[in-house]
Design a protein around this ligand. Sequence first.
Ligand code: HEM
Length: 379
Amino acid sequence: MLSRRVITAYDNTGTAIVTRQRDVVEVLDREADFAVVYEPRMRRITAGENFFLGMQDSAEYTRDVSNMRLVVRRADVSERLVAFTAREASAIVAASGGALDVPAALTLPVAARIVASYFGTPGPSEQALIEQTTIMFWWLFADLAADPAIEARAIAAAADCRAMLEDAIAARHATPTGDDDILNRCLALQASGTPGMSDGAIRDNLIGLLIGLVPTLSKAAVLALNELLNRPAALAGAHAAARADDDALVAAHVFEALRFDPVNPIIYRRATRTSVIARGTLRARTIPAGTMVLAANLSAMFDPVAVEDPDSFRTDRPWGDYMLWGYGMHLCFGAQINRAVIPQMLKPLLRHKNLRAAGLVDRAGTPFPAHFPVQFDPG
Ligand code: HEM
């Protein structure tokens, strides 16, 4: 327990940090006692409504997640996203001639193209979509000290992104298309009278999904690649798996690498009432109402009580050892997309011999990798 408020972006009375795997799981499972805090900022992003990541368990939460699950279907991952990502990433790597700035030239553009093709909402340009989603994500989740300059940029980006989505929805109403994309699936649900699918609700759900998708997929791919490049044996293993077209083994290398530097090393919640964490153990602690509880998922993945040989790089871990994108009710909506798409973003690079970093990961003053030059033997 710390008496200090570490997070000032959301109201709280103090801070508790939870590091054991069992306790991290407990905090994230007890969503009634340890609640998400994002609602006020979500409402500013949408200019009114909450988005389901900002909601506690409720009819509205279930309605919105269920609607989005009907349009973002798990079968799409294997039936279109894997092939789409592989094609786009391979073309970029093949055209690069052996030198590539990974986020700027590969992972961000591929994420933006997933939005354009799969969601059917390309935005005015890839760059605009990338910049808008990145600053909104930064303000919502990573601006823990409440920087007014970040807020101003995020609010402006939100207005632009809302306008882009409103235009896309209006254009589809005016000129329907036969494309099987997320936007058309949303409009089909709307036409069927499904609750929670007005034009405004579609816009708000899509803005949340786009914020969740673009900067995160790119950052995860870059961080995983960086960890692989720092470990020659692991890189050799990933290279062999990529050349053998063993996608499961490529993924095992990529996600084990990401365990050492996950996109979100902590997930934060606020105590709705005073209660005890780890009750019945020697480490039990009373957490006062209003405390911000930092559930350290990075630490959980290195907890020797729960994870075998946690400091070693191993590709034979059970998937349950990983907590790369949350846990419990708010487990990442894109979890299955992440598992399939991130390895496909990196596989065309990993196939090449002599893949090496040609500089450090440069975040350009943001929480997201902006530049990471790599080189490899072309051909
Ligand atoms: C590697 C890439 C990604 C990472 C690291 C990531 C991370 C996370 C984390 C940590 C959470 C839980 C937040 C919390 O409990 O406070 C979450 C939830 C969420 N993510 Fe992701 N995410 C990624 C990709 C995606 C993608 C591709 C999408 C969209 C298709 C997406 C949409 C969402 C949504 C909508 C939620 C809220 C889920 C709910 O409240 O039930 N994310 N993500």
